[in-house]
Design a protein around this ligand. Structure first.
Ligand code: ZN
Length: 151
């Protein structure tokens, strides 16, 4: 029982990954990250297969499709925005700079990680259409973004 999940959660049992089927260590609540595909097991089973929900950044159906193509569970820009609606705070890295996106009641705040405000948008749709870094639309450079995740 000295093995750890994510560095701090003791392994309780091995389970079959919900996405790729590989043996996956889980804690006593059934939570754990698959070492093969990266899917965080949903301890109560897959309840919202079309939605990006905690603790993953792609939906279950998207994860299944990516794994079937031997692709990593990397969120598309649309997945990122779905995650933003769910988690309210997301982050990503571009050009060795970390960026933060926060979804608040009064809009979507887009800034660098150190708090330098870049842009404010009224809605997620506005953010998707107009968010930019320098003169490049975020939607156009998304393939070069790394480490997109919730905060
Ligand atoms: Zn897996």
């Amino acid at each position: 029982m000295n093995d750890l999940i994510n560095g701090y959660i003791p392994i309780f049992a091995m389970a079959q990954c919900q996405v790729c089927g590989a043996p996956t260590p889980v804690d006593r609540f059934g939570c754990g990250k698959c070492r093969h595909c990266g899917w965080y097991q949903e301890s109560h089973g897959i309840q919202d297969p079309d939605d990006v929900i905690y603790p993953n950044v792609v939906s279950y159906k998207k994860a299944k499709a990516l794994v079937a193509q031997c692709l990593p569970l990397t969120p598309s820009f649309d997945d990122f925005i779905e995650g933003l609606k769910y988690y309210k705070e997301m982050e990503f890295e571009y050009g060795a700079i970390m960026y933060a996106v926060c979804f608040r009641r009064d809009g979507v705040y887009f800034s660098t990680y150190n708090g330098e405000a870049l842009q404010l948008y009224a809605t997620c749709a506005d953010f998707k259409a107009h968010a930019h870094i320098d003169d490049k639309l975020l939607i156009d450079i998304w393939d070069n973004v790394q480490n997109a995740d919730y905060m």
